[in-house]
Design a protein. Sequence first.
Length: 79
Amino acid sequence: MNKPLKSDIELFVIEKVKEKREQFNLSQSELAVKLDVSNGFIGQVESTKYPAKYNLNHLNKLSKIFDCSPKEFLPEKYY
């Protein structure tokens, strides 16, 4: 059996970022520009077919983009 490309907590973070992106009516490409990553990066992160994921630096920058705390992208308790 293949190991999943993303862990449960990584999927949680990705879903929270996607919710914020949609709340702000940003396309994947628009967020990629603001985050200073390649055009396809956000799509790869949001897809379960690729191992791409956000790192702590991304979360810090995303919190500035969305004017929120980085904690908003993390679960309240351990996962």
